[in-house]
Write a protein that binds this ligand. Structure first.
Ligand code: URA
Ligand code: SF4
Length: 214
């Protein structure tokens, strides 16, 4: 990863005025965690706490995400967390199509620099945007939550996983255990398909090729 390129990208986001969201934001939220990480999480857009702090997932949904990360043995410092749209939509409305279009090149550049081994889409906006970029057909979350597929994103072979948005579990408590089970399944698969490989590369040479970074 080029540190210069990364710094330049974050600066651009911090000064961005490419869509109307720049007028109402308090702080842009480029992302948080380790840009050298193997695992990336992509949410939807910053909420009020995130807008105030300039960091993703620091409000109520963020607390639940921390719990989910903890459950699978991950710290924030071991992953990179960002969103489809980097500035808060007023009143937490959904980001508009033209706002996503203006902002999404930043996510593609983040992926090109980070070269993650797995990307976890949190919620349907992130899921359909990432599926579409990878040329995969997105149907709906009911069918696809917990699923891990092989994909190519920004010239990079990755595992693409999807689950519900952690905020959904705050409105619908039944989704808490669904999200917990999805996280367990996703990271079990991640470990099987990836970490296992590095210790016994003979078992699955094709998959090793699959993850060789260019
Ligand atoms: N919801 C999101 O999608 N992203 C955040 O950063 C916070 C809440
Ligand atoms: Fe720029 Fe994205 Fe913020 Fe719009 S949401 S102003 S495109 S950083």
């Amino acid at each position: 990863m080029s540190e210069t390129e990364w710094k330049k990208l974050i600066e651009e986001i911090m000064n961005c005025r490419k869509c109307p969201l720049h007028k109402t934001r308090r702080n842009p939220v480029p992302g948080d965690g380790n840009p050298q990480a193997d695992i990336m999480f992509v949410g939807e857009a910053p909420g009020e706490r995130e807008d105030i702090m300039g960091k993703p997932f620091v409000g109520a949904a963020g607390k639940f995400l921390d719990h989910l990360l903890d459950m699978v043995g991950l710290k924030r410092s071991q992953v990179y967390i960002t969103n489809i749209v980097k500035c808060r939509p007023p009143g937490n409305r959904d980001p508009r199509e033209e706002e996503i279009e203006a902002c999404i090149p930043y996510l593609w550049r983040q992926i090109r620099l980070i070269k993650p081994k797995m990307i976890v889409a949190l919620g349907r906006h992130a899921a359909r945007t990432l599926y579409s970029r990878a040329g995969l057909k997105w149907t709906n979350m009911t069918r696809n939550h917990g699923r891990v597929v092989e994909a190519v994103l920004e010239g990079n072979r990755v595992l693409l996983a999807v689950t519900y948005h952690p905020a959904a579990a705050l409105y619908n408590p039944k989704l808490r255990s669904t999200l917990e089970e999805d996280f367990k399944k996703i990271f079990r698969e991640y470990n099987e398909r990836l970490r296992g490989l590095t210790t016994s590369s003979k078992r699955s040479p094709n998959l090793l090729d699959f993850f060789r970074k260019s």
